[in-house]
Design a protein around this ligand. Structure first.
Ligand code: SAM
Ligand code: SF4
Length: 329
């Protein structure tokens, strides 16, 4: 069985949110006071998470598993979940999207557990701007985390950055220069309407076109040869390569037609899209005693309802009820 939708797309990339909590407060994601966190009893246990991943891998053709959140490093059982995921057959690729707080301590353990790669979110290398965006003075911890990830072999280490107008949109070239110097692959992501505060403003959003124009004042960018395929980043060779920079134009150049993703929330709901308005409750099915095949069947049905696109630019667009931090970015 495969996770195929009505438009012929096949989901093979599973994003697993391990918690909705976070120790930063990035303004495009979460309000200063935090959110009403998911109740403990609704969260999947480690065994339940691993069971659903196993069903995805063994019965439904999942080949890549990315752990995210909230901040996945806050999940106590993370290393064990990674280890059990990497032991599945056929072995899925495993990766982590993280803000890197605490990664300096855990990178080696995670690599030993079978983690293949990390993506670290970092929007600036200036301490004051970091504090302004995240409301925490933790830039040094992130930089240490990045270095530890590289040293542990969790590469190629990718850096994800969101640019905010009037805050860090003048720092695109600086961040790229820093990533090139440290051997990290930088990708800029257009800001999406997924913040809990509903503060997203299409007109204020820094577009991919603007990001590229800003980078081109410092670097020569040429399209990198590999086709984009289902990878959302458009890649550009920097000054002739081999280094590249990516731009993920989720809003202005959506890649929904090539999407191969499916998401599992920390409370066991399958979402066929970041922007889906429906979820499928695998947790209740599991706790009511469903066997693996029944859960797989529900999952397959959940994928059938996947819409052709996210419709952000459609006047009838409605932001999903859950913010990014509770879906798993
Ligand atoms: N806490 C981890 C982190 O920050 O990497 C994992 C979860 S976070 C929700 C995953 C990614 O989503 C991060 O790279 C973050 O920059 C991105 N993100 C969060 N809110 C966003 C938004 N409104 N638009 C675009 N990207 C967003
Ligand atoms: Fe936390 Fe990641 Fe959201 Fe920032 S983007 S508040 S690090 S979950």
């Amino acid at each position: 069985m495969q996770l195929t939708d009505r438009y012929g797309r096949v989901a093979t990339d599973l994003r697993v949110s391990l918690t909705d909590r976070c120790n930063l407060r990035c303004s495009y994601c979460m309000p200063e006071e935090g959110l009403d966190w998911l109740q403990k009893e609704t969260l999947l246990t480690d065994d339940e998470v691993v069971r659903l991943i196993r069903i995805g891998v063994e019965l439904l053709g999942i080949t890549e598993v990315r752990f995210t959140g909230g901040e996945p490093l806050l999940r106590r059982g993370l290393a064990d979940i990674v280890r059990r995921t990497a032991a599945l057959q056929p072995r899925p690729e495993t990766s982590l999207t993280t803000n890197a707080l605490g990664l300096a301590r855990t990178a080696a353990t995670l690599a030993q557990a079978g983690l293949d790669r990390v993506n670290v979110s970092l929007d600036t290398i200036r301490r004051d701007t970091f504090r302004e965006i995240t409301l925490r003075d933790r830039l040094d911890d992130v930089l240490e985390g990045l270095a530890a990830a590289k040293a542990a072999g969790l590469g190629p280490v990718k850096v994800n950055a969101v640019l905010l107008r009037g805050v860090n949109d003048d720092q695109a070239g600086e961040l790229l220069g820093w990533c090139l110097a440290h051997g990290y692959d930088l990708r800029f992501i257009e800001q999406m309407p997924l913040d809990a505060q509903h503060g997203w403003d299409r007109d204020a959003m820094v577009t991919a076109e603007e990001i590229l124009a800003a980078l081109q004042t410092r670097y020569t960018l040429t399209p990198a040869r590999e086709p984009r395929g289902s990878a959302p980043a458009e890649l550009w060779a920097v000054d002739g390569g081999p280094a590249t920079v990516g731009v993920i134009a989720s809003v202005t150049r959506p890649f929904c037609g090539d999407c191969d993703r499916v998401r599992l929330t920390a409370d066991g709901q399958v979402r066929n899209c970041l922007f889906a308005r429906d979820e499928s409750d695998l947790r209740s099915a599991m706790r009511d005693g469903a066997d693996d095949q029944e859960i797989a069947d529900r999952w397959v049905i959940a994928m059938r309802g996947k819409l052709p696109g996210h419709g952000i630019d459609d006047p009838t667009f409605l932001q999903p009820d859950r913010p990014m931090s509770a879906i798993g970015g």
